[in-house]
Ligand binder design. Structure first.
Ligand code: ATR
Length: 277
């Protein structure tokens, strides 16, 4: 059967093999999906060798999404924008194409499962790394009135905002540090910092969240998201969510590209949610 994989470091706890196995079962596709470890020195060689040995598709996770961007021969438009690649496949002539399904996955989780209109008036994104980059294009296409990107290292937020200024349209797009975030209220606050990966959260002022209407979303899933989401609840968020839904949606997007069949994400999300709290 056709073989697919996810590469990362560490990779042992990746949920992707389980998600893709559930998708395959649901859509009656005959495929194998494995977790594979690599390291920065051998990443390019490993990936080329795997595709040379018949691998049909590869997902890329932390810390290789930017290495993957540099490695592939062709980029989809959204991967070009994001500067990061999480999904790779081989063209008929052997060239590798890199795509990025993270932003689309995030938007699908917002509009589908959470029932949120992305044309939120006012959006605050915390963080300016690889995870934040993927969100800007889909969120700006929702035509918000205002978007602020706030980062601990202010210069990185400035650079990121400058790279997306052409997509801002009528939206007021600006950057700040974490200690001088323009006053709220924000309707949507997304934590795209890596703070949750070490079970902490960015230090934030009070009063950012729109009272009883705001959604707070952490891209991290499971217990790591708790510090930020607990803070958001205390601050009066109406709805909070970790990143499990986005994880399932970005996987579904990759699966659909590779297999031409779009899985129903809801039962897969519910199965995983029972294990991950
Ligand atoms: P990722 O691919 O997860 O975005 P990254 O590119 O290394 O990883 O970016 C990590 C992001 O989390 C950055 O925005 C980082 O802020 P700096 O640019 O100032 O380093 C942010 N970050 C990490 N730990 C943080 C913490 N404890 N508090 C606030 N921001 C944090």
């Amino acid at each position: 059967s056709d073989c697919y994989a996810v590469v990362g470091n560490p990779i042992g706890h990746s949920l992707s093999p389980r998600i893709h196995a559930l998708f395959a079962e649901q859509t009656r596709q005959d495929l194998v999906y494995e977790a594979r470890l690599s390291d920065p020195e051998h990443f390019a060689r490993d990936v080329r060798a795997w595709f040379g040995n018949g691998l049909r598709g590869l997902n890329v996770t932390v810390p290789f999404k930017e290495d993957a961007f540099r490695l592939v021969d062709l980029h989809t438009q959204r991967a070009e924008r994001a500067g990061a690649v999480n999904t790779i496949w081989a063209e008929a002539d052997g060239r590798l194409t890199g795509d990025n399904t993270d932003g689309t996955g995030f938007l699908r989780d917002l509009t589908g499962r959470l029932g949120v209109d992305p044309a939120r008036n006012s959006i605050l994104i915390l963080g300016a790394g690889g995870a934040a980059r993927g969100l800007l294009e889909p969120l700006l296409r929702g035509r918000p009135a205002r978007m602020v990107v706030a980062n601990r290292t202010r210069a990185k937020a400035e650079t990121l905002v400058a790279a997306f200024a052409d997509l801002a349209g009528d939206a007021a797009l600006s950057s700040s540090g974490l200690d001088d975030i323009p006053p709220g209220p924000y309707d949507l606050v997304v934590n795209a910092t890596a703070a949750g990966l070490s079970a902490s959260r960015p230090e934030l002022p009070a009063g950012l969240l729109a009272p009883s209407s705001a959604l707070a979303y952490d891209l991290v899933y499971g217990p790591g998201a708790r510090p930020f989401l607990d803070w958001a609840r205390e601050q009066g968020a109406e709805q909070v969510s970790d990143g499990l839904g986005m994880l399932v949606e970005q996987a579904a997007e990759a699966f659909a590209i590779w297999r031409g069949a779009r899985p129903d994400t809801r039962p897969v999300f519910e199965t995983l949610r029972r294990d991950i709290v």
